[in-house]
Design a protein around this ligand. Structure first.
Ligand code: ADP
Length: 626
């Protein structure tokens, strides 16, 4: 017999498990049953490709046995089993990902109630047991092995004599305390309820000897007898009648299968019949997985055929812009031995993917219509993925996604769709106005926004992907997008235009002079009548806006760009008169003023300043001269 210690990290988790005042202890059974079911899946799966593995389909099952005298509950399966090394690796250490998840999620979590949702799996047995004995006979070896542990102290490994392939886990229940009756887990009634609650859809029978009563023959008396009963209904949740499924069933299935601790935001359960037939049970998570916006995230749906898991993450079934969807597809219309390589060329897979995509879109649009608040919750979490979808692949998918977009409106002070924007427009209105910035408040204070928003509704774009998506769209229902900070923004009447042109002509020399001072920074300096109370602003010319300049230059590449900018000065602001005056009286002072207002305009835009010292010195000079 070998005596071993647990790895330090496992010890800690184990300790937590044993000593936690965890109220939901019953989930240990769900965890052990899921492991058993996985083990049978694995064996069945292997037997499909390896003909040397002989299995009896009628013998794929999980058994529960209660022994009240010994205070034991035993869970046996006819799965793949574990060899000596696997026992040690799987039960002696906690899987890297499991412990990582555990740590991450528990950082701010005083309430240990959440533990059960992590798939810390096997260890949960110690919440109710003082001793756990695992005997396993792996499918590809002659002998069996026994793993035994009484908790934190460590475990022992020895040879066993289990004949049948599979694993038997015996739990020696803890003694009852004033607060907790561990002996409840020796009651058929309790076990039956726990199985119904968590493991009803497990696709293998979970059998237990249960006590029933029957009338004695030729007598009015009743007698008890034992009978092997299957406790679970086995029909996978997605194949069940929708009317018989509760919200809790759906949620439990999700949290259990996709290792989430929060219930999903939305469930989509549907059957498609036609050119291709399939059942689908899809979920929108209520939060993004921690690695969602990284390369590590793998999209995909679980693919079953005839109730057998074929692929855990069939990525072909989901377009990238819906990569957040989790769920299960079950179809009889693909071959059982389909491989990853052949999957993408399969005609039916393509049909299924297409049907899934349009269903998801329809569900999202319905959600937007019927439960705006919930849609906004969704949009906050996954909206960026939709926007990426708009501009990726040169905008090929933009039409499919555009109606799912929302932006903050200066008028309604909340998120609105593009349709809602254009519905309010008159025929002669040809533009959809937008402005970019870090926050709604910052955008609201932009000089260019101030005047436009008096006349028109302005969309405030706060995410860096927003403007790229808008640029890809270019227009919506014939109305062109226009950045209020671009030189194409033009809300003046012909009269106003004429007026400002005259003003600019009159001050031509002054403006030329200023432009010369700023020649390294701006393309032009002009007076404008499109600002309301603010003195200055920067307007960009051409395709690259100042906000795009910010985004692109923040990217970790060498490529730096700069928007072609025009400095505009409010003709109705006192500063304009001051500049005109200085041009005639004090050129030296005008130089300083010119630089300061340029720096100001950059600051307002949220652009960096190359030489802050110069700015502060100039300001002090001006102040001291007053
Ligand atoms: P998880 O199930 O989240 O991977 P567990 O701690 O529950 O973590 O189990 C660890 C590993 O032990 C499993 O991934 C599996 O490989 C193995 N295992 C557990 N129970 C069984 C079983 N009944 N039969 C075969 N292997 C098992």
């Amino acid at each position: 017999m070998k005596k071993k210690e647990f790895k330090t990290e496992s010890k800690r988790v184990l300790d937590l498990m044993i000593n936690s005042i965890y109220t939901n202890k019953e989930i240990f059974l769900r965890e052990l049953i899921s492991n058993a079911s996985d083990a049978i899946d694995k064996l069945y799966f292997k037997s499909l490709t390896d003909k040397s593995i002989k299995i009896d389909k009628n013998n794929l099952e999980i058994r529960l046995d209660i022994d009240k005298e010994k205070r034991t509950l035993t869970i046996s399966d006819t799965g793949c089993g574990m060899n000596e090394e696997e026992l040690e690796k799987n039960l002696g250490t906690i899987a890297e990902s499991g412990s990582l998840r555990f740590k991450e999620e528990n950082q701010n979590q005083d309430d240990v109630n959440i533990i059960g949702q992590f798939g810390v799996g096997f260890y949960s047995a110690f919440m109710v047991s003082k001793k756990v004995v695992v005997e396993s006979h792996p499918y590809n070896e002659e002998s069996s092995y026994i793993w035994e542990s009484e908790g934190v102290e460590g475990y022992t490994l020895s040879k066993g004599n289990k004949k049948e392939i599979g694993t038997t886990i015996t739990l020696y229940l803890k003694d009852d305390t004033d607060d907790i009756k561990y002996s409840d887990y020796l009651e058929e009634y309790t076990i039956r309820n726990i199985i119904k609650k968590y493991s009803d859809y497990i696709s293998y029978p979970i059998k237990m000897l249960v006590t029933n009563t029957r009338k004695k023959e030729d007598s009015d008396e009743y007698e008890e007898y034992k009978e092997l009963e299957t406790l679970n209904s086995m029909i996978p949740l997605w194949k069940k009648d929708k009317k018989k499924i509760t919200e809790e069933d759906y949620n439990n299935f999700y949290t259990d299968k996709f290792y989430d601790y929060e219930k999903p935001l939305k469930v989509m359960h549907f059957n498609i019949e036609g050119n291709v037939n399939f059942n689908a049970l899809l979920y929108i998570p209520s939060h993004a997985p921690y690695n969602y916006y990284t390369k590590d995230y793998e999209k995909g749906l679980q693919l079953y055929t005839n109730g057998v898991l074929i692929m855990d993450k069939a990525s072909e079934l989901l377009p990238d812009y819906y990569s957040f969807i989790k769920g299960v597809i079950d179809t009889e219309d693909i071959p059982l031995n389909i491989s990853r390589e052949t999957l993408q060329d399969d005609k039916n897979i393509k049909l299924i993917a297409k049907a899934i995509e349009s269903k998801i879109k329809k569900e999202l649009l319905d959600l937007m219509k019927d439960n705006r608040e919930k849609y906004e919750e969704f949009y906050k979490v996954f909206g960026n993925q939709l926007k990426f979808g708009i501009y990726n692949d040169y905008g090929i998918n933009k039409d499919k996604l555009v109606d799912l977009l929302m932006f903050y409106s200066s008028k309604d002070k909340k998120l609105i769709t593009l349709k809602e924007y254009t519905d309010k427009l008159k025929e002669e209105d040809t533009h959809i106005y937008y402005a970019c910035g870090e926050t709604i408040d910052k955008i609201d204070m932009l000089p260019q926004v101030e005047k436009v928003k008096d006349k028109y509704e302005v969309l405030y774009l706060t995410d860096y992907v927003d403007e790229f998506a808008i640029m890809t769209l270019n227009e919506y229902e014939g109305k062109k997008f226009i950045n209020v900070s671009s030189d194409k923004n033009d809300i003046s009447t012909e009269e106003e235009k004429e007026e400002i042109k005259k003003e600019n002509d009159k001050s031509k020399e002054l403006l030329e002079y200023m432009k010369n001072i700023l020649k390294d920074y701006v393309k032009d300096v002009k007076f404008t009548n499109e600002l309301k109370s603010h003195p200055v602003c920067l307007v960009s010319e051409g395709e690259v806006s100042t906000s795009m300049e910010k985004v692109i230059n923040a990217m970790p590449t060498d490529e730096k760009i700069s928007a072609s900018e025009i400095l505009e000065i409010n003709i109705n602001h006192k500063i304009s008169d001051k500049l005109k005056d200085l041009f005639n009286t004090n050129k030296e002072e005008l130089d300083k003023y010119t630089k300061v207002i340029y720096y100001e305009a950059r600051l307002i835009e949220g652009l960096p300043i190359d030489n802050p010292t110069e700015l502060s010195n100039l300001m002090c000079d001006i102040m001291a001269n007053k």
